[in-house]
Each structure stands twice: as structure tokens, then as C-alpha cells.
Write a protein that binds this ligand. Structure first.
Ligand code: 4AD
Ligand code: MG
Length: 477
């Protein structure tokens, strides 16, 4: 008999029907009740076994973690907790588990423990939900941009340019690092390396993305990015996924509008398409909140928070306005900030961003027009010649979720900024070329996918929203 997924079975149950399901045993109680899950939904199907009808040795093989095929009749359930169940007519244990060694017991495990068994954690309710939501959000990214006529572009993962300056890079090499070829003056001879010069893993697809936007008008990238910063925080990964749209003929306002529309679309998409999994995570977050001291608890539940973001405009504030707010804020005056804000030009730390979002405005904030010298070379210089047309979208509990800008499209201005920042112009010859041949105003931004997934799932640590996190000192699995 053809197998049916549990999600489909529960959506459309026909009583009296013969069904076959396959999945993994979550629990087996009283030699009678199997809770089976196949990952299609958070809900298990209960299968009821009349143990007298089956071989004892076979029954013994039904243990937590074992995989099974179950065939039987779908009937109304008399027990609490489920509407229907399967009356087992036949079963087969496909893969035995080893009950004494199987690390996932039917009890609550800490997230820290589950990180150590990342190869098995997808079998828990929480991680099953996160994997499914992550998938829905990936689909939503493509749906959003596809519907708007954007072209998805694959930008290189191995890059020969390290000019973006977004962070420390991971070197890619096939040279024998114990014994590398040397030039006459004793330095490592990179011309002998695989590509004939030094290469790294990309920190962003933006610069290559821009070249595509200057031909196709609206493009987006959605790829892995790598940063070798030693940031051991709950918001940083060394390998993460980034969505980078780039639009010709967009100025900063258009860019901020698109960023806001995009994030709201993603949140609404999740609310619409992931209701069951979000309810599970909402309850999880509420339970976790109860373990915290009163003053650290969230003002809103997860679902409430998502609805709030979907329904309300983000606050738009210039960097200059933000500095005034921060300078006069209580934590600044009482010296509670680790980094005190004394003057215009200071770089904002996450404590400042979170104050603005969580305490002052109490909603997502788009900050724009930052000082030129704390932002990347490619951002467009404003008329005041002090600020650039940069923007960051800041989210409650997360901090920066999006960074972007209008790009410097003027050849001479771009060239002089490259020089002023000490970057080798020769490396960027192809990027500068785009400003010589039909340059146009254009803009773009980058959304950190895991930070978005973190916000939507309410998970406190970014390591829990990607299947196999890479962080300093950790590349297990
Ligand atoms: O602000 P960032 O560094 O911007 C860029 O890379 C630009 N090239 C984007 C563009 O304009 N096309 O990174 C963009 C976003 C951040 O706002 C953050 O959400 C995420 O990427 N991000 C990280 N996420 C997880 N771990 C890290 N180490 C991250 N670094 C940045
Ligand atoms: Mg940034």
C-alpha cells in the first residue's frame, strides 16, 4: 500500500480507511500506544497495537528512535490529545534504535545539549518546526522577488576580490601550507596557487550582484557568505546565508521602502504558512520566558510580536537624530552603556541599536545617512559630504537585520573614495568599469537570513536556526 505522509493524513482523515505511514517512533507507551512522526508536521500520529496479536520479539524492537512502517485502519480516537488514530493491522521495524544509547529521550533537552547532537536534533519538535519554517521562508524569498520580476543571480563563493571590507575572510588555497612555494624574496608564491593568485570565501555577493543589476535592472542573490571574525555572540555565525537584492534606478528611499516591504512580507508569509509550527514555538518561547527574571521577560509573545511587525510602519530616523536621542538617553547619562555616546561620528554598538528599538521607539527602526568614515567605500556620498546614503534596519531582540545603501555611481567620486580608504584600485578594475559604461543610480541591501529566521522563530541563539552552525572553534558535523 502506498505510504501517506502524516500531515496529509491528519488534514484529510477518512475514518475506516486503510493507511500506511512511515516514520520514527517518538514514544511507545504501555506496549500499546506508538507515537509516530515523519517530519511532515509537528503532530504525531498515534498507532494503537493489540500486543496479543503480534510476536513479542518484534514488539520489543519498537523503541524510541526506531523507524517503522505501520499499516492499519484509521479510526476515531477515544483517548485525549488526538482526533484519529491508527488501529494497527501490521507493522515492520525498518531500522532498530538502541534504546540505551539513543540520546533523544522523551523529555525536555536543553538547547546546548541538542547542539552537541545536531545530527539528531531535527527529530525533536522544536527543530522539526525550525527546519520547516526555514524552508517556507526560503520559498517566500524566491516568491517575493520572482513576483516582482527580479532575476536570481548566483554570485561566486570563491572570490578573488577582498575589497568589500565586510569582515575577515577565510583563505581558500591548495598550496601545501607546511611547505609552500616561495618567491625569491622568501614570501609565499601565490602565483603557484590553484587560481594563480590569492582567493578567499566570499563575505558578500554584492559587488558582483551590482554588475548584474546594471544590465538586468532588478536582481537578487541568495547564497552562503563567510566571515572569519572572532565574534562569539548569539547573533554571529562564521557561515551564514544572505539575501542581497540590487536595483538599478533606485535611490535610498526606494531602497528603504523595498526592505520594509520585503521583511513584512516574510513575516506575514510565516504567519500564514507556518501557523502550527509557530504556535509550538510561541508556547516554547512563553515557557522559556517564565524562567527569566521579571524585568527580562518579553513584553509580547512571539505571535504577537510577529503580528505587530507585520502591521506597523518601521520608524525612519537619520543617524544624526539617533545620536541626539542616544546622547540624551538615561543609560548614556547614567553611564550604563559600555560605549558612551559623546559625539557625532561614533559607531553604534548593539547596545545602542537595541536601546533605540526596544526602549525608545518600541518597533523596528530604519536608520539612515551614516557618517561616511564608518561605512563601506561603495556607499553614495551625500551632498553634505560628511554622510553616506546608508541604511540599517534594526529589529527587537536581534539588532541589525539588514544593512544596505544607495551605491556611489559617480566614477570620479568612487575612485577617490577607494583611494582614501587605502584600497588597491587595480583589484576593483571591473567594478569601476561599471561606472564608466552607462552608470546609473542604484541601491541594494543585504538581509541576514538566519537573523530573520531567529526573529520569526523566537530562538535566542542563532546557532539554533541553521542545521549545522559554524562558529569560532566549532565546525563539527
Ligand atoms: O551589513 P552587512 O555586512 O552588509 C553587507 O554585506 C552588504 N554587502 C549588504 C548589501 O548591501 N548588499 O551584512 C548584511 C546582513 C547584516 O545586516 C546581518 O543581518 C547579516 O548580514 N550578518 C550576519 N548574520 C549572521 N552572522 C554574521 N556574522 C553576520 N554578519 C552580517
Ligand atoms: Mg552591517
Amino acid at each position: 500500500m502506498k505510504r501517506i505522509k502524516i500531515k496529509q493524513l491528519l488534514q484529510n482523515p477518512t475514518l475506516g480507511e486503510q493507511v500506511t505511514v512511515m516514520g520514527w517512533v517518538r514514544t511507545f507507551r504501555s506496549n500499546r500506544f506508538i507515537a509516530l512522526n515523519d517530519g511532515s508536521t509537528a503532530t504525531n500520529i498515534q498507532a494503537v497495537i493489540d500486543f496479543e496479536r503480534f510476536d513479542e520479539a518484534e514488539l520489543k524492537r519498537i523503541t524510541t528512535g526506531a523507524s517503522m512502517r505501520i499499516t492499519g485502519t484509521l479510526v476515531e480516537s477515544l483517548g485525549k490529545g488526538q482526533a484519529v488514530e491508527i488501529q494497527v493491522a501490521g507493522f515492520e521495524v525498518i531500522g532498530d534504535s538502541h534504546p540505551d544509547e539513543y540520546p533523544l529521550q522523551p523529555k525536555k533537552h536543553s538547547l546546548e545539549f541538542l547542539r552537541e547532537i545536531a545530527h539528531l536534533r531535527a527529530r525533536t519538535n522544536t527543530f522539526g518546526a525550525i527546519y520547516r519554517i526555514r524552508h517556507q521562508l526560503i520559498y517566500a524569498v524566491h516568491t517575493f522577488f520572482h513576483t516582482k520580476g527580479f532575476v536570481n543571480v548566483h554570485t561566486p563563493i570563491i572570490t578573488g576580490s577582498d575589497a568589500e571590507g565586510a569582515g575577515e575572510m577565510f583563505r581558500v588555497t591548495t598550496l601545501d601550507i607546511e611547505n609552500p612555494p616561495k618567491t625569491e624574496d622568501g614570501k609565499v608564491d601565490n602565483s603557484k596557487d590553484f587560481f594563480g593568485h590569492e582567493t578567499n570565501l566570499t563575505v558578500s555577493g554584492q559587488l558582483e550582484g551590482e554588475t548584474a543589476a546594471l544590465a538586468l535592472s532588478d536582481i537578487y542573490t541568495f547564497g552562503p557568505t563567510f566571515r572569519a571574525e572572532n565574534s562569539n555572540t548569539s547573533r554571529h555565525l562564521a557561515e551564514f546565508w544572505m539575501i542581497e537584492p540590487e536595483m538599478a534606478f533606485y535611490d535610498l528611499q526606494d531602497n528603504m521602502d523595498l526592505a520594509e516591504e520585503f521583511v513584512k512580507y516574510m513575516v506575514k508569509y510565516a504567519l500564514q504558512h507556518c501557523a502550527e509550527d509557530l504556535q509550538l514555538l510561541d508556547k516554547r518561547a512563553a515557557d522559556e520566558d517564565k524562567t527569566k527574571p521579571q524585568n527580562e521577560r518579553s513584553e509580547m509573545g512571539l505571535l504577537e510580536r510577529l503580528q505587530f511587525v507585520a502591521d506597523n510602519d518601521f520608524e525612519r530616523v537619520t543617524y544624526t537624530e539617533a545620536i541626539e536621542i542616544l546622547r540624551n538617553s538615561k543609560p548614556n547619562k547614567k553611564k550604563k552603556f559600555k560605549y558612551l555616546i559623546n559625539q557625532w561620528g561614533a559607531d553604534l554598538q548593539s547596545e545602542h541599536e537595541r536601546f533605540l528599538v526596544e526602549k525608545h521607539f518600541k518597533k523596528p527602526v530604519t536608520l539612515y545617512n551614516y557618517p561616511a568614515n564608518i561605512k563601506a567605500f561603495y556607499m553614495r556620498l551625500n551632498k553634505d559630504e560628511k554622510t553616506v546614503a546608508a541604511m540599517d534596519v534594526l529589529f527587537p531582540g536581534i539588532g541589525e537585520i539588514i544593512g544596505g545603501s544607495q551605491r556611489e555611481e559617480r566614477y570620479e567620486v568612487l575612485k577617490s573614495k577607494i583611494k582614501a580608504m587605502g584600497i588597491d584600485e587595480k583589484e576593483l578594475w571591473w567594478y569601476l568599469d561599471t561606472r564608466r559604461f552607462g552608470s546609473v543610480p542604484h541601491s541594494g541591501f543585504g538581509l541576514g537570513f538566519e537573523r530573520l529566521v531567529q526573529f520569526i522563530t523566537g530562538m535566542g541563539n542563532i546557532r539554533d536556526v541553521i542545521p549545522f552552525p559554524r562558529t569560532p572553534g566549532n565546525a563539527e558535523f
